[in-house]
Ligand binder design. Sequence first.
Ligand code: LLP
Length: 463
Amino acid sequence: MSRSAHPAGPRHADVLPEGHYTAPADDLNALDPKVWAHTVGRDADGVVTVGGIAVTQLAEEYGTPAYVLDEADFRDRARAWRTAFGNDADVFYAGKAFLSRAVVRWLDEEGLNLDVCSGGELATALSAGMPAERIAFHGNNKSPEEIERAVRAGVGRIVLDSFQEIVRVAHIAQSLGKRQRVQIRITVGVEAHTHEFIATAHEDQKFGIPLAGGQAAEAVRRALQLDGLELIGIHSHIGSQIFDMSGFEVAAHRVVGLLKDIRDEHGVELPEIDLGGGLGIAYTSDDDPREPHEIAKALTEIVTRECEGARLRTPRISVEPGRAIVGPTAFTLYEVGTVKPLDGLRTYVSVDGGMSDNIRTALYDAEYSVALASRTSDAEPMLVRVVGKHCESGDIVVKDAFLPGDLAPGDLIAVPATGAYCRSMASNYNHVLRPPVVAVRDGAARVIVRRETEEDLLRLDVG
Ligand code: LLP
């Protein structure tokens, strides 16, 4: 790797344009444990290591960009959720955050269930041996073929998302001679304090059946009448990257209110309630996420209290964390290509990936951190924007951050907390190849999703 110099520019922290950024950390070489996977540190030479392996070695063996996933950390977080909720509740990992067969096996071994939301995710789960009864099948537009596959496989629950789907699933199950366990997803009218595109409990959107106007109650009425369905509970997912528990409190209150109405009208106490996922993680040092045991305690207390008030037996609770388990366990390793200082503005640092491996910054204005990973540096901090190699000016990975002023082409930089919704939302824009996922544990690394190749691209292009 070359270490060539680049022209002098606005590198120092005292030359700052207007913008939203926090002051540089006192020590740019420090790695805040809040945003980095558990086993990440620096070795004696200052190189970032994970699971005991230096990123320079990973870059040499697997190339860049690469998602590097700390398997021990993934298992720790999965187990922490499982333990926090105990045996009276179920934790369904939301596969949309990141799914691969290795991940399915880890989840199975750690005693978690799995939420899938497409035929592809279902196929991945089943092919890795996840028992079907521990799978929940989601989606606002499941195709009849997907529903049939799920019913035939014997998935533990299908989460119904519309009036039409209630009939569709009932019909398919009945024609297969089965009675499918289902939940109904409702929207409770909560405004989650998160980006508009990832908030899901307000009524004006595509997911769920609104509680308002008695629509959810009507959906329950219909589901209870159909022989092909066994209605086991009500589902609510209020959004993503949420830190404030008050949204869950309102949601639980309204879901329990519906359970009470169902009991009063039908004499049936539904045995389950699912509060979805959405718990936030730290992308930067400014974020303060809650621990799984705090979340479990808070949610259990809310539901128990609400049920006592409504004189209902407390239903079995389930949750569906995706980001909170996998998000912090991975970072993206990039090689710096060009360093372009813009006088009076900032320095643009281009890396060998970009919006095709992390669309979240462009799509949600998401904030990320970044660190020089292949060495330490005592140079003055410079304000940077980390950008990709795509033909688009919105191709930004980290909008505002500080890196050492002597950053140079060939340096490796790492962006933490990219485990969730980066590989799973990756694209081939500009025919850029999707990076591999390299899992590291106890000094050993292995590829769990390989790097895409030009042959892969050309195989789909049938001329
Ligand atoms: N359950 C349901 C029904 C969901 O729709 C979702 C996320 C989850 C669970 C998991 O949410 P989590 O715990 O991972 O926040 N692409 C966006 C996030 C979209 C989430 C969609 N549904 C992002 O990158 O932030």
